[in-house]
Design a binder for this molecule. Structure first.
Ligand SMILES: Cc1cc2nc3c(=O)[nH]c(=O)nc-3n(C[C@H](O)[C@H](O)[C@H](O)COP(=O)(O)OP(=O)(O)OC[C@H]3O[C@@H](n4cnc5c(N)ncnc54)[C@H](O)[C@@H]3O)c2cc1C
Length: 476
């Protein structure tokens, strides 16, 4: 099958799916003011038949965004694509399928040809049919200190409640699934490593968005003010994000779509592979994002005539330090790639450090931008007041910057800073950079795992032994 057009993609979303949003059921997501906007934006990616998202095969073109990169060149291309496609997130599905392929191969050593052929056939099918898929991994979880089998309500983690000759039935909920309301498919993976008592919760499978029993409750983030307000909301005038909670109300999944069913002993490995493949995501937009913050700060200071101020120069120098660090981490991540069973992955330490660095530094930089822009970041008149003959001259007169900087120039930047640092979209981006793709503690744990703590203890013990002339030191 050839690539789908945006029209075909949009048409595929009119499939009787059950999506609830802000207290109402949405019958046709493509006709909804916000979801429709989002669907059309995502649809534009389907109209892209360039080498960015597809490749030639025979006389046809095949979508590449779910194909795992097999060498460094392909990894670079993948990251270029992720950076270029607004709102896209193909890395999670690519990573999930690659991880399932690897643990499927292991499971099949005992089970015969069960999982591996299914995973491959599924990937092939979504590539050939050019489907849109989303990752449904984050369980509702309930009491975070307890594993699934110790929850008061066993449905708080997605589990298998029935098996038959034709498939399994799953029940439970997955939360925070990006773009869920406008996807064709969900790839369901376990969130955590499981123990033997959690075998029923050790399930991975694929579910169509309109499968009977699938209910989506979407959040709403962003206020797409529309084209008229483009200059006032330069980055978000048409932006609307959503994450859905998917409830699987006894959803039947045929065997050919079941990729893990009870193999609790492989869940740890599955998650390790998944995070290994997925972690390069942060590098798709960093360090470019930090460079943009620096550019905005420098320009705002320049427009306001305070570019030479010592304190401002110091803070910008700090930002430059971060940007350079991120640049070095990006270089290291892409230089120290490894092949994990045929998939080219960036260096884990560099990726985790880059993610932690940007999470730690960004809030301070955004605060600095608000400080530089001053009150107008929240209070400046609209660009539309520059079009109204009754107000235009007044705004033009009183919103200038230093000599030579017009009100239009200064306000354009102030609005840009609003969108990066003070809008609801900015708040979303800030919280998202903390938790999406794993919490900072998860990233820190991953870093510690790859670090030899005991050799550090050994270094100190050696020094102490030398200082005390070889008297034995306690190990702890
Ligand atoms: C914008 C956005 C998009 C997302 N998109 C997706 C998506 O497409 N698909 C998807 O599956 N998920 C998605 N997520 C979910 C994301 O992966 C999770 O938010 C993340 O893994 C944390 O899980 P949680 O939200 O359940 O938080 P929790 O697990 O509740 O964690 C909250 C805090 O509690 C701590 N904590 C949790 N358990 C313990 C414990 N036992 N002991 C000590 N501390 C603990 C954590 O470290 C963290 O600091 C998205 C999240 C965001 C913000």
């Amino acid at each position: 099958m050839a690539l789908r057009s945006s029209a075909q993609y949009l048409d595929s979303l009119r499939d009787d799916r059950r999506v609830y949003y802000a207290g109402e059921r949405i019958v046709d997501v493509t006709a909804h003011p916000q979801f429709g906007l989002r669907a059309r934006q995502t649809g534009r990616h389907f109209d892209d038949a360039s080498d960015l998202t597809s490749r030639a095969e025979g006389g046809d073109r095949v979508r590449t965004w779910y194909e795992p990169p097999r060498d460094r060149e392909a990894l670079l291309r993948f990251m270029e694509m992720e950076g270029a496609l607004h709102g896209a997130g193909h890395a999670a599905i690519m990573a999930g399928l690659a991880a399932l392929e690897l643990v499927g191969r292991k499971a099949d050593e005992d089970l015969g040809e069960r999982y591996l052929p299914r995973v491959r056939a599924y990937r092939e099918a979504i590539i050939r049919e050019d489907l849109h898929a989303c990752l449904a991994m984050t369980d509702a979880k309930g009491d975070r200190s307890r594993p699934p089998h110790k929850q008061v309500d066993p449905d708080l983690w997605v589990r298998v409640v029935d098996r038959s000759a034709t498939g399994i039935t799953i029940r439970g909920a997955k939360t925070s699934v990006s773009e869920g309301a406008i996807t064709n498919e969900f790839l369901v993976l376990p969130t955590h490593a499981m123990s033997v008592d959690d075998a029923a919760w050790s399930v991975a499978c694929a579910v169509p968005a309109n499968a009977p029993g699938v209910v989506m409750i979407s959040n709403y983030v962003g206020t797409p003010w529309g084209e008229r307000f483009r200059a006032d909301r330069p980055l978000t005038y048409d932006d609307f994000r959503h994450e859905v909670t998917i409830i699987f109300e006894d959803v039947f999944v045929p065997w050919e779509r079941v990729f893990m069913d009870g193999e609790f002993h492989l869940t740890r490995e599955l998650i390790r592979y998944f995070t290994t493949f997925h972690r390069g995501g942060v590098l798709a937009r960093e360090p470019r994002d930090t460079q943009k913050l620096i550019g905005a700060a420098q320009l705002m200071a320049r427009y306001n005539g305070i570019e030479g101020t010592g304190q401002i120069k110091n803070t910008i120098a700090e930002m430059v330090e971060t940007a350079q660090l991120l640049d070095v981490l990006r270089f290291t991540a892409l230089e120290r790639t490894t092949l994990a069973e045929g998939v080219c992955v960036p260096d884990a330490i560099a990726c985790n450090l880059a993610a932690l660095t940007s999470t730690r530094t960004r809030p301070g930089y955004l605060q600095f931008l608000c400080e530089l822009a001053g009150g107008p970041v929240l209070t400046a008149p609209s660009f539309l007041d520059l079009e109204n003959p009754e107000t235009a001259a007044l705004v033009r007169k009183y919103y200038v910057g230093k000599e030579g900087v017009s009100a239009e120039q200064r306000l354009a930047l102030v609005k840009y800073i609003y969108d990066i640092a003070a809008s609801d979209a900015a708040g979303f981006a800030r919280a998202s950079s903390v938790t999406a793709a794993g919490s900072p503690s998860a990233k820190r744990m991953a870093l510690t795992r790859e670090f030899d703590l005991e050799s550090c203890v050994g270094l100190v013990l050696d020094d102490l032994a030398a200082a005390t002339k070889g008297a034995p030191q306690p190990a702890h």
